[in-house]
Design a protein around this ligand. Structure first.
Ligand SMILES: C[S@@+](CC[C@H](N)C(=O)[O-])C[C@H]1O[C@@H](n2cnc3c(N)ncnc32)[C@H](O)[C@@H]1O
Length: 265
């Protein structure tokens, strides 16, 4: 695992903590990125099972389906030889894409050291391990040469970013001509009825589950962060403005998650 010039997360300041002391990042604060790192460091051991529990197991389907959307989108593009998974966390999508693209070298990048440690540990026993590496880096300044990667992917990261348009421009710099970007994110369901159920679930049940495992802050932050995300149409416009010529969105699970795909000329 190599490391770029990232600050250690340290402790979240007292006013960015929930009543049980767990980090509760505030998007308007100058320390937001460090607080996000502190939050992921705090939940690192629970991250995967909480993810499976909070999504009622649907996350097992979302990532493979997003890769399938990506391969249909790239039908006429050159074979994938280099993949970058930004905000890779514990590496689920990184490992999956190494299996999906059998000739590709795959790098997972994340700015939270504790998440990368788990990603690395889980990857070692896999047959694909020789083709997979991890890198500590901030999505805003990727330590990667311009026009050097066929596919950049990023799952459930966008809502944590301070400068989403800037990150999409950084992705555009790093992808090769005929390269693609896949961004998978939780989105507002298409049906208003499902939307009401979705918001009650994220606003009440998820924070309650979080408090039960001494992580009230992170799981109150989750519904707040969903509200900060641009709509589907705005996300597509941001990708276009970053310089991608072909952009589409594919929703899954009645719109609860969406894969945004963007292609570079
Ligand atoms: C919700 S987790 C998603 C992890 C993984 N992609 C998955 O599908 O499970 C978000 C991850 O994004 C990382 N992250 C957030 N902001 C980042 C940034 N600016 N640069 C790099 N990583 C970031 C966090 O450290 C965390 O590991």
């Amino acid at each position: 695992m190599s490391s770029a010039d990232e600050e250690p997360p340290g402790e979240a300041p007292a006013d960015h903590r929930a009543s049980d002391g767990s980090p509760f990042p505030d998007r308007s604060s100058a320390t937001f990125e460090r607080d996000v790192q502190a939050m992921f460091t705090h939940i690192v051991r629970r991250y995967d099972w909480f993810d499976h529990a909070a999504s009622l197991g649907n996350d097992y389907l979302w990532r493979p389906r997003a890769l399938w959307d990506l391969s249909r989108f790239r039908r006429n593009d050159p074979p994938v030889t280099r993949v970058l998974d930004v905000g890779c966390g514990t590496g689920d999508l990184t490992r999956l894409s190494a299996r999906y693209f059998p000739s590709a070298r795959v790098v997972g990048a994340d700015f939270t050291e504790a998440m990368l440690r788990i990603a690395d540990h889980r990857t070692r026993p896999e047959a694909t391990a020789p083709r997979v590496g991890y890198l500590r880096a901030n999505a805003r300044r990727l330590p990667i040469a311009s026009a050097s990667v066929d596919v950049i992917m990023s799952a459930f990261v966008a809502r944590n970013l301070v400068d989403l348009p800037g990150v999409f421009r950084e992705f555009r710099r790093v992808v090769r001509p005929q390269g693609s970007v896949l961004t998978l994110e939780i989105t507002e369901p298409v049906s208003p009825l499902i939307g009401r159920l979705f918001h009650s679930y994220f606003d009440h049940i998820v924070p309650w589950l979080g408090a039960a495992v001494h992580s009230a802050g992170p799981y109150r932050y989750l519904p707040n962060s969903l509200r900060s995300l641009p709509s589907r149409a705005e996300m597509l416009e941001l990708l276009r403005s970053a310089g991608f010529s072909r952009v589409v969105a594919h929703s899954q699970s009645m719109g609860i998650v969406t894969s945004y795909l963007a292609g570079a000329d």
